[in-house]
Design a protein around this ligand. Structure first.
Ligand code: F6P
Length: 376
């Protein structure tokens, strides 16, 4: 592209996350005031792009949103190439390309998580000038130090663990607290360490119920007849990890479309069976230790409300950097967080990869250093 982009589309996609509005504002203010661009907001993520559902985004629309939770643009988990349209799954990429040109766009900013990186990649492959800004409370986007939303969610989960301590202590109970995190353990591990949980279970370290029970009993013997256990929603026992791995291998090796569909259904049934893992674990621990157990699922409270200072900062930094990349005609990238700044990473490196917790990560070492049981 020889000229600076004039009209830029902006959308937010995937699960909502604190800091989305800070990023919209960060990008928008820089795009409008420094680069003289016009913005078109798409409502409800990729769906708005497919349905050409737009709203204006002027400087006035960007005012006062820095501290607001959620996203002023709305969001959805739609995929451009597989969208549910009146009950049918349709490839909407050609329609999206048409709408992009109808709106006279020179570029499109997709703000979202790993799924959004994949979708952005599809649109880049279709010839659109796309950049991606990384948001998720799960901190699982590849090649970025972190993503906006994570810091706020970490704070919320930590405060919850703090508060659960006093009730666990008073009732001499095992309190199991489930965090989000999808297939990564960042939230449970970070909040577990910061909140001083006694046991932390993450997907990257399959757990043995007996090892957990032994640590609860050991604590009771040493005078602490309560335990706080943080479990990531994706954490599985050693046995269940093996079952899931077998289901995933079936999906990978299926040779016909029918076999693939059947394998995917089987994998889904395995995953659904694990939805109430925290409750099952609490019951098992009660049975083994004789201590009462209670479960708190933190759920969407981790995603809601005003972003903390770090997420406001990160959204603003990545938003401004994103505007610079668009102005320079640099597309097909994720604007990754790097230290206190940012770095462009090709979308194809980010899309389809997941950043899980490395077993030698300093947080894992720190947890073990302070005697936290990691279920292994
Ligand atoms: O992607 C963030 C996340 O919060 C995951 O941790 C969680 O598994 C998922 O979203 C649930 O979101 P929803 O119910 O909105 O699809």
């Amino acid at each position: 592209m020889s000229e600076t982009p004039r009209r830029v589309g902006v959308l937010t996609a995937g699960g909502d996350s604190p800091g989305l509005n800070a990023a919209i504002r960060g990008f928008g203010k820089a795009a409008i005031s420094r680069y003289d661009m016009e913005l078109v907001g798409f409502i409800d993520g990729i769906r708005g792009l497919a349905e050409n559902h737009t709203r204006q985004l002027t400087s006035i629309d960007l005012a006062g949103i820095l501290t607001v939770g959620g996203t002023i643009l709305g969001t959805s988990r739609d995929k451009p190439h597989k969208m549910n349209v009146n009950g049918e799954i349709v490839n909407m990429v050609p329609t999206i390309v048409e709408n992009y040109h109808k709106n006279d766009l020179d570029a499109l900013v997709c703000i979202g998580g790993g799924g959004t990186a994949k979708n952005a990649m599809k649109l880049a492959e279709a010839g659109l000038n796309v950049i991606h800004l990384p948001k998720t409370i799960d901190n699982d986007i590849a090649h970025t130090d972190t993503s906006f939303g994570f810091s706020t969610a970490l704070g919320i989960a930590t405060e919850a663990i703090d508060r659960l301590h006093s009730t666990a202590h008073s009732h001499h109970r095992i309190v199991v607290v489930e965090t989000m995190g999808h297939k990564a353990g960042w939230l449970a591990l970070g909040a577990g360490i910061a909140g001083g949980a006694d046991i932390v279970l993450i997907p990257e370290i399959p757990y043995e119920v007996n090892a957990i029970a032994a640590s609860v009993e050991e604590r009771a013997r040493s005078g602490h007849n309560f335990s706080v256990l943080a479990i990531a929603e994706g954490a599985l026992s050693v046995k269940d990890t093996a079952t899931l791995a077998a289901a995933e291998s079936l999906v990978r090796t299926a040779t016909s479309p029918e076999a693939k569909r059947a394998a995917k259904e089987y994998r889904q049934s395995v995953l659904s069976g694990h939805r109430d893992n925290a409750f099952k674990l609490a019951e098992e621990l009660e049975g083994i230790t004789g201590l009462e157990a209670r479960v708190t699922v933190l759920g969407y409270v981790q995603r809601g409300g005003t972003p903390d200072a770090s997420d406001r900062l990160l959204g603003t930094v990545l938003g401004g950097a994103g505007a610079r990349h668009v102005a320079n005609g640099e597309f097909g990238i994720t604007v990754a967080a790097r230290g206190q700044g940012s770095e462009p990473v090709p979308l194809e490196e980010v899309a389809g990869s997941v950043k899980t917790v490395p077993l030698d990560h300093p947080w894992v070492t720190a947890a073990r250093d302070v005697g936290t049981n990691l279920g292994d």
